[in-house]
Design a protein around this ligand. Structure first.
Ligand code: F6P
Length: 344
């Protein structure tokens, strides 16, 4: 078969591991040929691609980012987008499309599959919030980076008797905040699934000061809402899927904490450092396992489905199910956070 790959949405450590495994098994086991569209769906519309071979994918599984580059182009918003995609795939003699992306990108995959295009999905997001899968590659790397940052902030916060608020990614779900907050020993961990109680946050921090520790670490997910303010937007900009750019909850929260407690408070916004650099061993392994399953899905003609991790097995589900809602933290995880907080 002649197969095309693309990566859409925010990049994610482990994308190259998926590409590597798809190409390796596709060529060695199935005798496939590959191209990679560049810049996500934009590359399909522009018919801009590179060949993918055993030679030019050799070793990429160790690297972060995506050799295919990415964009947040939304085919559904472009007049004549579907027809253009159909035309390009015909011209390039593409038998199947493997799409690596999050829920927005996969909404396009589903739309194309519903219009007769042979397409399957591989879930991607550091936020780890895709429905129907227990873990997405990139999440483990993001958590490692965020945890290391939180670890490092303890000593400097302690030296200066400060509160430091660490803002991490996670627009709809607090998986990164939960894991980095707990693993990094944060005194307060705030996730979008729960409303922020600012008085409770201040009480937790005061408890530290009253019990010999004159500093505090707060981890907050970017998607958290402040009472009376809501989500904090980094700019007025909205992407082509209608999502506002989030950023700044850390600063807004730090201001409130300083005003209410009198503790000197600083903010660190980890931003895109969480998506950069090499993937962890876990993400390289998970990405390659997703890739091996994805190429099998193509040969089993599982159009409109997406690879997922269920427990320890990689399997697949309809894309429709995966994008129906976000996978969010529930009471079990809230209990972990609150069980490790001070009793105030
Ligand atoms: O991929 C998801 C995500 O990392 C979100 O947590 C974050 O809000 C968004 O991407 C940032 O995207 P961009 O790279 O467009 O700034």
């Amino acid at each position: 078969m002649r197969i095309a790959l693309l990566t859409g949405g925010g990049d994610c450590p482990g994308l190259n591991a998926v590409i590597y495994a798809v190409v390796k098994k596709g060529i060695n086991f199935y005798g496939d040929e590959f191209i990679g569209f560049l810049n996500g769906w934009r590359g399909v519309l522009d018919n801009y691609y590179m060949p993918l071979t055993l030679e030019n994918t050799d070793g990429i599984q160790l690297k972060g980012g995506t050799i295919l580059h990415s964009s947040r182009t939304n085919v559904k918003k472009i007049p004549g987008g579907l027809e253009k995609v159909q035309e390009v795939l015909k011209e390039d003699k593409i038998d199947a499309l493997i799409v690596l992306g999050g829920d927005d990108t996969q909404s396009v995959t589903l739309y194309l599959a519903e219009h007769g295009i042979n397409a399957i999905g591989v879930p991607k997001t550091i936020d780890n919030d895709i429905n129907g899968t227990d873990a997405t590659f990139g999440y483990d790397t993001a958590v490692s980076i965020a945890t290391e940052a939180v670890d490092r902030l303890h000593t400097t916060a302690d030296s200066h008797n400060r509160v430091i608020v660490v803002e991490v990614m996670g627009r709809d779900a607090g998986w990164i905040a939960y894991a980095a907050g707990v693993a990094g020993g944060a005194h307060v961990t705030l996730v979008p699934e729960q409303p922020i109680d600012i008085d409770h946050v201040c009480a937790l921090l005061k408890y530290n000061y009253d019990h010999g520790k004159h500093y505090g670490i707060v981890v907050v997910a970017e998607g958290c809402e402040l009472p009376e303010v809501g989500q904090v937007l980094g700019s007025g900009q909205v992407d082509s899927f209608g999502h506002a750019r989030l950023s700044g909850i850390g600063d807004a929260l730090a201001d409130l904490i300083e005003k209410k407690t009198g503790f000197e408070t600083r903010t660190v916004n980890l931003g895109h450092t969480q998506r950069g650099g090499v993937p962890t061993a876990y993400d390289r392994l998970l990405g390659q396992r997703y890739g091996l399953h994805a190429i099998d899905m193509v040969h089993q003609r599982k159009w409109g489905r997406i690879a997922v991790l269920h427990g320890t097995d990689i399997t697949d589900i309809p894309i429709k199910e995966a994008i129906a809602s976000n996978r969010r933290l529930d009471q079990r995880f809230f209990d972990v956070i609150s069980g490790l907080e001070a009793k105030v």
